[in-house]
Ligand binder design. Structure first.
Ligand code: BYC
Ligand code: FE
Ligand code: FE
Length: 472
């Protein structure tokens, strides 16, 4: 059942053809989506032919097709992972009941809000990254950017499908508003703050795909546990695409670290800026910024919203079914950080209200793994420098730490101390101007900007110097 019929306007594996009303609703939305792509998608890209992956199936073997495609002709489709027979609600008050194939009426508002929040981030990221094509360090990297962009567009389709198919009139209204809010717009910004900051340089892009797409992985994983089966299946397939976005981030930052390490060795100095490299201290500052901004995306440390979503069976924990407990959590506790006098301690709180914090902890562990791999490059080169994730209380805007100042190690400091040091911890104007000065476009096949190492291998068996983009 999972083969996708490409003869239709909107490729899908949800039997769209049998539901004329839904098909019409989506076909009405499609032109607005394409207008949005043309106006706020990647700049100057409309005539480029790009070596892109397109989802054509949802099976583990061969779900994707690679070909040269003009991006406005990309087939954004609707694909749900295969249905699991007899699937149950696996957690919360309804644990053990059959999974819902329709929206449970009493939870409609909450479910809609979760889907809208998720959907809103997808086009937001495309808007944030739209100008990066002008300064790509290589054709390989430009392809990576566009691959991520078209798939984030498809992720919007995934959420808009749910809104149209299951939420009637107000779902259609929400779908329209997805194209009316814009990243950074003064009047109608995107919902979550981290999606209103433009991504203006490629180190930021790699940090974004490493840290922020990884928030996507964790939020989608939590929604993939949902008792609302269509949401679960949608998110499961989105996660398949998401893996590549994080690959782009991990290898991207990794290649910058590698190039900087080469320059440190070659010139016997940490100050590689004069040789056109990005000093390791700047990579650390970029990490501090992106990691802290992403921690905010997990919400408050103690959240009754999160407890309710869990109890209702709408949003679970990361890998819920691998956790060995009763999946109801009425009597369980979880450690949550709190301000205690001049320090930060972790104290037991109800596990249900700590759902956001637990997901944030899982996220941090996952972030650390890639950082460890970057550090291996440095130790391998014999360089005495360790990249680290800042303390979770550093530079926070949501939750317990929003109103205090904290250094990288988690010590509470005065506003005066913060002001004196912030330029050493986060990218300052001079840092940003320097990194932007390195962002000169390199578009000859196989050639590379001087601040980044070559990729280990090409895409889909192609050579790294394959002509991944034809500009015409
Ligand atoms: N910004 O109870 P709390 C991705 C508000 S990324 C602004 O903790 P909750 C992607 C909150 O609305 C994944 N406001 O909130 C990546 C609430 O307001 P009310 C995106 C915030 O609901 C890269 C109040 O504070 N997916 O896919 O438990 C490229 C109380 O807070 C924020 C999702 O986010 C914030 N950061 O947690 C492309 C999944 N945090 O009710 C794509 C869906 C909190 O008091 N969303 N507030 O008026 C959710 O699960 C939840 O809404 C959140 C927030 C985790 C975001
Ligand atoms: Fe996405
Ligand atoms: Fe992504």
């Amino acid at each position: 059942m999972s083969k996708i019929d490409y003869s239709q306007k909107i490729p899908n594996n949800v039997d769209l053809f049998d539901d004329r009303r839904l098909q019409r609703a989506l076909e009405n939305w499609q032109p607005a989506y394409l207008d949005w792509w043309n106006e706020l998608g990647p700049v100057e890209s409309h005539d480029y032919e790009v070596f892109l992956r397109t989802a054509i199936d949802v099976s583990a073997k061969g779900w994707a097709h690679f070909d040269m495609v003009r991006m406005p002709d990309y087939r954004w489709g609707i694909f749900l992972a295969d249905k699991e027979e007899d699937r149950k609600v696996n957690f919360g008050a309804h644990k053990g009941e059959a999974a819902w194939q329709e929206v449970p009426g009493e939870y409609r508002a909450e479910l809609r809000r979760l889907i809208v929040t998720q959907g809103d981030t997808e086009p937001a990221s495309v808007e944030q990254q739209r100008a990066l094509g002008r300064t790509c360090p290589s054709l390989y990297d430009l392809r990576s950017l566009f691959q991520v962009n078209v798939e984030e567009g498809r992720h919007l389709w995934a959420m808009v499908y749910l809104l149209h198919a299951y939420f009637g009139r107000d779902g259609r209204e929400e779908a329209e508003e997805m194209l009316q809010r814009h990243s950074g717009d003064v009047d109608k910004p995107r919902i979550l703050e981290a999606f209103n900051i433009p991504t203006t340089d490629w180190l930021s892009f790699f940090c974004f795909t490493y840290f922020q797409d990884r928030d996507g992985k964790f939020q989608l994983s939590a929604l993939a546990e949902s008792g609302f089966d269509p949401l679960s299946r949608t998110c499961n397939f989105m996660l398949t695409e998401e893996a590549h976005h994080m690959f782009v981030g991990e290898t991207g930052v990794g290649r910058v670290v590698q190039r900087s390490a080469e320059l440190v060795k070659e010139h016997d100095t940490m100050d590689v800026a004069q040789y056109g490299g990005i000093p390791l201290v700047l990579i650390q500052k970029w990490m501090n910024f992106h990691f802290s901004v992403c921690l905010d995306l997990f919400g408050q440390e103690k959240s009754t919203n999160a407890a309710n979503f869990y109890n209702m069976g709408l949003k679970g924990r990361f890998q819920e079914m691998k956790i060995d407990d009763d999946h109801q959590l009425d009597n369980d506790v979880y450690k949550v950080p709190e301000i205690n006098g001049s320090g930060i301690i972790r104290t037991d709180t109800f596990a249900l209200t700590a759902i956001n914090e637990r997901l944030r902890d899982d996220y941090r562990d996952d972030c650390q793994r890639g950082v460890d791999r970057w550090n291996k490059t440095l130790t391998g080169a014999g360089i005495d420098f360790t990249l680290t994730l800042p303390h979770q209380a550093f530079h926070r805007n949501i939750g317990t730490f929003a109103d205090i100042n904290v250094d990288l190690e988690g010590n509470i400091i005065s506003p005066e101390e913060w002001d004196v040091n912030v330029g050493n911890w986060l990218p300052n104007d001079e840092d940003r101007a320097f990194v932007e000065s390195l962002m000169v476009p390199v578009t000859e096949p196989g050639k590379l900007a001087g601040w980044i190492a070559a990729p280990a291998r090409g895409i889909q068996g192609k050579d790294p110097d394959f002509e991944y983009i034809k500009f015409h």
